[in-house]
Design a protein around this ligand. Structure first.
Ligand SMILES: Cc1cc2nc3c(=O)[nH]c(=O)nc-3n(C[C@H](O)[C@H](O)[C@H](O)COP(=O)(O)OP(=O)(O)OC[C@H]3O[C@@H](n4cnc5c(N)ncnc54)[C@H](O)[C@@H]3O)c2cc1C
Ligand code: FES
Length: 1343
């Protein structure tokens, strides 16, 4: 209970009306407040400002620019008290289905910009905020606004289009403002998209969109404006349970408070304090908020420089700098330009809107992008205290936190003075991160050189680095009186490498890469300055020897200077339009919007954790092991139980039934097998109380040997989860003897985190009668949850009902795991007799749930000089983690699919799943195929290199050509595969672009392009017959409305939309008559997981069956009254006692695989495709730009081209993430470091290829699926490897030019680190290398 002697927080929540909130706790974030107090649905996905899912708009009076500033923020980091006097607009506030859609909401939904929809409200609010500030934004503004979004599922083109439609004029819509959509009562049928042409390139009708009318927007509340104009001077204090927030109104009061509470931090953006309090357990009982102190946001300029208030946000600073740069002569703005450059890529726009300059400087993060620039730019810090003011330099001593160079506890930073630069002075900044935007830098640098006027003689060189030590590092090398030439460069590099000594075990790892960047950046600067000197030399006669040298080679080297620009992705999506004779009301084959699209965009789509708090609900938090392999000696939760609100701790002893499997316990007993294994769970009144209690639980362990983490170690210890899987054909040994050449190689493919935007969550509600339980859960497999809960509680399955409304992304990660979590929550619910909510934090989710199996592959390939492969032997090991889970199945699928598109007569594939002391890996989109096939394709590339031929020639030569049998003797025709390949070659103008790439590479030394085209044969389905079945239940009600239920779960893949398209065709009524409420084990029992790409195939057939049964029953009635309406027939049917409810069932494919004989028919059909990608790499930093991707995919007769193209694009992007940026790092003790979007980079919209074209191959036929459509959920994932191979192609070009051995270890992801180190040059040669035996590395490779 907290004291009520408090000021009210006056916030205007522009939905529904103004709020004067009296009872706020300073520990609440805006997100907590919105979700808990107002039951609004701004989403929680990471809680650290890293993903953008929780974006809302804040409006405040801006004292710097003297106007109302609208800016986007991540609500999960905004302290509620910081919003005093601000207006907050959430997605609910701008429009709704019930009232009027906002144009942004309409566009994102109708342009198919949503899939699972979990991040859509955040995306909408980013766009909305942009449009509030710029109703006709430029491309740059648009990309900047969307740059702060991570989206595993669908960073794809239509979403880009959603934004671009605001760039152009759009005409009005007939339905505008009604909240209706063209799905209503068949309007969609007459959509202008149907067209007569065979091939269609339009997925939505832009003409329909209502125009943006800025005059319709909500205005800033006048009372808040009055408050801003007459700011209150008194100190406001907000008391919470543990924390007091004090917000003084004057600088004097602030300084007095700082004397009184010297240890209290100043809180501004909370982007540094907030994450530290959350993850590092830092606690501050008093927080001082200087937000209302106008002195801190003052900006002044003198002839010497700019002074910027420490309270200015980084976004304000960016605007100030841009404005000054446009006015001042270039020579004065060198430092400002460098700052502006980094301010564009530092975090996302939301963080820049929140984070303050003062907070940034004082935090002194070693990765700080601005401090190095401020340091070399000789910035000074203006400090103030009750005693007076003083200035200190922002130098190495301050940055290292030396007490004598630091603020005193009672001092605050008032402003920062940044001097203008001078003539003959040059300043630049560099950074390299895992990806271009919204990623913390691995290394950054700022460099400044001052020349003696009129010469190239260095007066002073200053350099500062971030990311290479515990603080910003400022080496002393200043090179006085040196000429700006190669000799100086060489010497400076050596000095820098001596001074910036990064030990082999340095935190953050990537040591050799970082060392290389230290000198590579200097080289970039060297070239840049030479370029500038060249301009100056025209004005003054400079006796520069360097320039003579410079002219001779600079042209080829100039490419080192350009950064990759961020561009709006463009592209064309092509599909076959429906037969012109298809009735207009029949939606099958048309690009129908996702059923929940509009609700996603308005925030009205409810996810599991959006279910309001139920009566007597408790919260559960899991306690996990901190040891990788250990005996549990004791668990002491006595202290935890003493905390307020804590009710219980659930352990294995509380499980009434079976505690998981013998080797895969739900709750650990005696022993733990990995860090992150669940040991027990705390149950408390609130999540905050439960989390605090977890901190108090003391577990003692005794470590056990061995602790195995890597595949190599597992092999050494013979530690496997299941027997080897093997397939063989021909006579491989004999074939090896007859070939011209043999190559052997290794491939390492890292794992992948599912990173579904909605973390795992479940709500278990015990009922009062008959041990019944209702479970609301985010899962791909509710029947599995139901079954697991049943065995755990030892109650029959029929007492348990699982409900799945929709899932915020699954990707395989919600097939098995939700069952375990549901079961643990259910034990808590039974024990306490109260409902239990369990929502995993992102950190816990990443730690506990495992992901894609990392893989290590060895190949030996024998081939003729022509490139014909005669023998291929591949051995794969996957890192399965500590329990079996799906590892055996993944191994099987891997082996079955390894051959991909190639016919090689003599083959041997072997696979083993290693048992290690890591969290168990599990199903993940593609199920082994994306990892395994990378080995096959790498092998092809190696053959090409040996034969001196292009990889595409080897691919073509070895591809299946005629009707044939796979390695497991399943017959198939590759005709469609070849069509995809040829069409992809054609559409991408592959051959002419290959020539252009080569020409570019000849002309450029430091940038290289690469291009690749990859074919794909992907088998869908499970290799088990029992999985090929589905059921549906269709009810027709007496008003004619239809309720469809089926066994599939809506994961964002649009299955519900497709099912209604099927029902609509079968019942011959518009989709608007139909509804799907949820997936529930009570309506359709014994379902299979929605996975393996066949969800729509099998459930579609079940829905079709149910509808056909119903229609058959109605036929006599329709015949009798053919002119009647649907409603007439239903009424008549009811009168005549005809059942209006039917169960449909589909008994699917008989999958079969005999592993002993190595043959079978495991898969119902194949999806074929091909993708061509082109990239450009920066050889000095390892960065890459995706220039273009063309995908041709065989969807047969797509049920819904908009949804299918979305699936292809989404999975391609997810694959691209797997192969380029997503990197999981583990400590030598087996602790996963990568537990947040800060450390694990999934693609953002700025990573989408600049040109991204997708076309569906004009129809082929497949009799096995519903209306000959194909399941496309997973296959696109592997096509992301075309980007990997394009990068590898560019790297190979570098290595050929530099005469470095063509063989290098293929490693995925092709991170900047891998690319940079593979492009060996004088800088990589220069760096010191450590003997691995002499240090303990920060992280270990587990593949
Ligand atoms: C998702 C995310 C991504 C990020 N990406 C990047 C990136 O790419 N590059 C980068 O460089 N940084 C990045 N950052 C860090 C970010 O720049 C800093 O967190 C931010 O600038 C801190 O400012 P703040 O106002 O939020 O500080 P707060 O968290 O509010 O305060 C931080 C500290 O500064 C002190 N302080 C603040 N103002 C004053 C003052 N006037 N006088 C004395 N002490 C003061 C406080 O006492 C406190 O200890 C990222 C942060 C997040 C959350
Ligand atoms: S939940 Fe707030 S940024 Fe991810």
């Amino acid at each position: 209970p907290w004291v009520m002697d408090t000021s009210p927080v006056i916030i205007s929540l522009l939905f529904p009306t103004q709020v004067i909130e009296k009872n706020v706790d300073p520990e609440w974030t805006l997100l907590t407040f919105l979700r808990k107090n107002w039951t609004l649905f701004t989403k929680y996905a990471c809680g650290r400002g890293g993903c953008g899912a929780c974006t809302v708009m804040v409006s405040k009076n801006d004292p710097v620019f003297k106007k109302i500033r609208h800016f986007s923020v991540t609500a999960c980091l905004v302290p509620i008290c910081s919003l005093y006097g601000a207006a907050v607009t959430t997605v609910e506030g701008i429009g709704s289905i019930k009232t009027r859609l906002h144009p942004v909401q309409e566009r994102i939904a109708k342009s198919h910009g949503t899939q699972c929809g979990f991040c859509t409200p955040g995306m909408v609010m980013s766009m909305y905020t942009l449009l509030r500030n710029h109703p006709q934004p430029s491309e740059e503004q648009l990309m900047e606004a969307l740059g702060g979004k991570s989206d595993t599922e669908k960073v794809h083109h239509p979403r880009g289009q959603m934004g671009t439609v605001f760039l152009a004029e759009s005409s009005g819509c007939q339905q505008k403002g009604t909240g209706k959509c063209c799905l209503d009562r068949g309007e969609n049928a007459s959509s202008p998209l149907g067209g007569k042409n065979d091939i269609c390139t339009k997925l939505f009708a832009k003409e329909e969109f209502q125009p943006l009318d800025p005059t319709q927007e909500l205005v800033f509340p006048p009372e808040l404006l009055r408050m801003a104009e007459n700011p209150e001077k008194r100190t406001l204090t907000f008391y919470g349970e543990r924390v007091t927030w004090i917000s003084p109104g004057t600088l004097k009061d602030l300084l007095e408070l700082k004397v009184k509470h010297p240890e209290a931090p100043l809180i501004l953006g909370n982007t540094s304090l907030g994450p530290a309090m959350k993850s590092e357990g830092r606690f501050h009982p008093i927080l001082l908020s200087p937000a209302r102190i106008s002195e801190l946001t003052r900006v002044t300029e003198t002839s010497e420089g700019l002074t910027i208030g420490a309270g200015c946000s980084l976004a304000q600073m960016k605007d100030v700098l841009a404005e000054r740069i446009s006015k001042l002569p270039e020579e004065k703005t060198q430092t400002y330009r460098a700052l502006l450059k980094h301010l564009k890529s530092l975090a996302g726009p939301q963080i820049r809107n929140m984070a303050s300059l003062g907070g940034h400087i004082i935090s002194r993060h070693s990765y700080s992008d601005l401090n190095p620039i401020l340091a070399v730019g000789s910035a000074t810090l203006n400090l103030t205290s009750a005693e007076g003011t003083r200035q200190i330099p922002l130098n190495e001593y301050f940055l290292a936190g030396l007490a004598s160079a630091d603020l005193k506890p009672e001092e605050i930073l008032e402003s920062v003075h940044i001097p203008h630069s001078r003539k003959w002075e040059f300043v630049s900044a560099f950074r390299q991160a895992q990806c271009q935007q919204n990623a913390l830098p691995h290394v950054n640098a700022s460099m400044r050189v001052l020349f003696k006027e009129g010469t190239d003689s260095v007066e002073h060189l200053s350099i500062a680095y971030g990311g290479v030590g515990a603080a910003t590092v400022i080496p002393s090398c200043s090179c006085p009186a040196r000429r700006w030439d190669e000799l100086m460069l060489d010497e400076a590099c050596r000095l820098l490498l001596d001074e910036v000594s990064l030990p082999g075990s340095a935190p953050g790892g990537r040591v050799e890469f970082k060392r290389t960047l230290v000198v590579s950046f200097l080289f970039k600067f060297y070239l840049e300055v030479l370029q500038e000197l060249k301009k100056l030399v025209k004005l003054v006669s400079v006796p520069v020897s360097a320039l003579i040298y410079y002219y001779s080679f600079l042209d080829r080297f100039l490419s080192a200077l350009e950064d990759f620009p961020v561009a709006i992705p463009q592209g064309v999506q092509t599909y076959q339009s429906v037969d012109p004779h298809q009735p207009p009301r029949d939606p099958v084959g048309r690009p129908i919007m996702h059923l929940s699209g509009l609700k996603h965009a308005t925030g009205e789509a409810i996810f599991c954790d959006d279910i309001p708090v139920v009566d007597k609900e408790l919260f559960m938090v899991l306690v996990t092991s901190s040891r990788a392999h250990a005996k549990i000696i004791s668990i002491d939760f006595s202290e935890a139980l003493k905390l307020p609100g804590v009710l219980d701790v659930v352990t294995a002893e509380d499980v009434p039934g079976t505690n998981g499997a013998e080797d895969d316990k739900l709750l650990a007993v005696d022993e733990v097998l990995c860090v992150g294994q669940v040991i027990c769970a705390v149950v408390a009144e609130t999540d905050v109380q439960a989390k605090r209690a977890v901190e108090m639980i003391k577990i003692t362990y005794e470590d056990l040997e061995p602790a195995i983490f890597t595949i190599q170690d597992a092999v050494k210890h013979n530690s496997f989860l299941c027997p080897e899987k093997k397939l063989e054909q021909g006579n491989i040994e004999e074939a090896f003897e007859k070939v011209d050449q043999i190559v052997e190689g290794e491939v390492h493919v890292g794992g992948q985190e599912h990173f579904y935007m909605e973390t795992q969550r479940v709500l278990v509600i015990p009922k009062t009668e008959d041990k019944e339980l209702d479970i609301f859960v985010s899962t791909q497999d509710p029947a599995h949850v139901q079954k697991t809960v049943s065995s755990t509680l030892n109650i029959p399955i029929n007492r348990i009902t699982c409900h799945v409304k929709r899932v915020g992304g699954g990707f395989g990660g919600k097939v098995g795991r939700p069952a375990a979590l549901g079961a643990i929550a259910a034990v808590g619910a039974i024990k306490t007799g109260r409902p239990i909510r369990l929502v995993l934090d992102r950190e816990d989710d990443m730690l506990i749930t495992g992901g894609r199996h990392p893989l290590f592959g060895k190949y030996k390939v024998g081939f003729m000089n022509s490139g014909r492969i005669k023998a291929l032997d591949i051995e794969c090991y996957i890192n399965g983690g500590c329990t079996l889970d799906d590892s055996e199945l993944v191994t099987e699928f891997l082996i079955l699919k390894l051959e991909n598109a190639y016919k090689i007569r003599n083959l041997r594939f072997r696979g083993r799943a290693c048992m290690t002391n890591l969290p168990s890996n599990t199903a993940f989109r593609g199920f082994g195929f994306p990892q395994g096939t990378l080995v096959t394709e790498s092998c092809i590339t190696a053959v090409a290199a040996k034969c001196g031929l292009l990889p595409e020639k080897i691919r073509e030569k070895n591809m299946y050509k005629t009707v044939d049998k796979t390695i497991y003797k399943q017959a198939f025709s590759p005709e469609t595969l070849i069509r995809c390949w040829n069409e992809c070659l054609d559409k991408s103008s592959f051959h002419s672009r290959r020539i252009q790439v080569e020409e570019f590479n000849k002309k450029n030394y430091w940038k290289k392009k690469g291009i690749s085209i990859i074919p794909m044969k992907f088998s869908v389905g499970f290799a088990a017959t029992s999985y090929h079945q589905a059921a549906a239940l269709v009810h027709i009600y007496t008003d004619g409305s239809v309720l469809v239920t089926h066994g599939g779960n809506e994961l964002g893949q649009g299955i519900h939309t497709k099912m209604l398209q099927v029902a609509s065709r079968e019942l011959k009524i518009p989709m608007s008559y139909m509804h799907i409420c949820e997936t529930s084990t009570a309506t359709v029992p014994n379902t299979i997981a929605t996975a393996a790409s066949i969800g729509a195939d099998v459930n579609g057939r079940a829905v079709q069956n149910a509808c056909q049964i119903l229609l058959k029953r109605l036929e006599p009635i329709i015949k009798k009254n053919p002119e009647g309406t649907w409603e007439d027939w239903i009424e008549a049917a009811f009168e005549q006692r005809i059942s209006l409810s039917a169960t449909g069932y589909f008994r699917g494919y008989k999958a079969f695989m005999d592993w002993d004989r190595g043959e079978g028919d495991p898969f119902p059909y194949y999806v074929y495709g091909a993708a061509c990608s082109e990239v450009e790499i920066d050889c000095l930093t390892g960065a890459h730009k995706k220039i273009r991707t063309d995908i041709v995919m065989d969807a047969c007769c797509s049920l819904n081209p908009a949804i299918d193209i979305g699936q292809i694009e989404g999975s391609f992007i997810q694959g691209m993430g797997l192969y380029t940026t997503e990197e999981l790092k583990y400590s030598p003790e087996g602790v996963l470091y990568s537990r947040s979007p800060d450390e694990y980079k999934i693609p953002t919209i700025t990573d989408v290829p600049e040109e991204f074209n997708v076309s569906l191959l004009p129809s082929s036929q497949t009799p096995l699926t519903i209306y000959s459509s194909k399941g496309l959920g997973e296959s696109g994932m592997f096509l992301g490897s075309s980007v990997f191979f394009a990068i590898a192609d560019a790297v190979a070009a570098v290595r050929t030019e530099r005469d470095i051995a063509e063989n290098f270890i293929v490693q995925s992801p092709a991170t900047p680190e891998w690319v940079r180190m593979a492009c060996a040059d004088r800088f990589t040669d220069m760096i010191p290398r450590d003997d691995p035996k002499t240090f303990k590395p920060w992280s270990i490779p587990i593949a």
